[in-house]
Design a protein around this ligand. Structure first.
Ligand code: MN
Length: 230
């Protein structure tokens, strides 16, 4: 017997998979902070090699490439963070770095959309970052490229432009915490499961977006994405 809900149930968020009509169902979104030295520096922060840190976004924050979004509520400083994204395909709990990549379904490119003014106000007061990071339509995601087709990329250009002007231009080889280290770490705190996404942090060059901007970005070998601010 199917469950009867008193109010409309939210649909499962999902992401396109390159090369198939099947979709990747999104369960949770983890986002790693300060994972490129040049971005940590531009944010006035030290890189902490002791432990990665992270925050989360709701699964229904996911929006696909090509979306036009309104300028978000409550901010006057709306930023882009282009990121290399890990898509988990099978359970991982207390895995070693040697076995961490066994749980990866694929990889893609995403944008961690950020209300920077709200994030920084929270940071200064030692408060949670949810208002700055975990808002509606805050996780743009391109297609996921399965490991079966692209392997485990470790050296690829990552870039983002606004109105064709390059803003972020880095390489995923500069990740401070690598894919296997991030999965091993996250799996020490959570039982990772199929559908979990890990946004791995952004290189330098984050900047504000305004109404009318056309954003493009990509990772070499993992496709491109587009976003329009209405
Ligand atoms: Mn980020």
């Amino acid at each position: 017997m199917s469950t009867s809900y008193a109010v409309p149930a939210t649909e499962i968020s999902s992401v396109a998979i390159n090369g198939t009509d099947d979709r990747f169902p999104v369960r949770r979104i983890f986002c790693i902070g300060r994972n490129y030295a040049d971005h940590a520096k531009e944010m006035g922060q030290e890189v902490d090699r002791e432990t990665p840190f992270f925050f989360t976004k709701p699964a229904d924050a996911i929006i696909p490439s090509g979306t036009t979004i309104p300028y978000p509520k409550g901010t006057k400083n709306f930023h882009h963070e282009i990121e290399f994204v890990i898509a988990i395909g099978s359970e991982a709990s207390d895995v070693s770095t040697d076995h961490a990549k066994d749980s990866v379904f694929g990889y893609g490119v995403g944008i961690d959309l950020t209300r920077r003014d709200l994030q920084l106000a929270a940071r200064e007061k030692g408060r949670p970052w949810d208002a700055g990071k975990a808002f509606d339509q805050s996780a743009l995601m391109g297609s996921i490229y399965p490991v079966a087709s692209v392997g485990h990329p470790t050296d690829a250009r990552i870039w983002l432009s606004i109105n064709r002007e390059m803003k972020q231009d880095g390489n995923i080889s500069n990740l401070i915490w690598r894919v296997e280290e991030l999965i091993a770490f996250m799996s020490s705190l959570y039982v990772l499961k199929a559908g979990d996404l890990i946004y791995t942090g952004t290189p330098a060059g984050v900047s504000p977006m305004v109404s009318g901007d056309a954003i493009a970005g990509g990772i070499e070998g993992l496709g491109e994405l587009e976003l329009q601010i209405a």
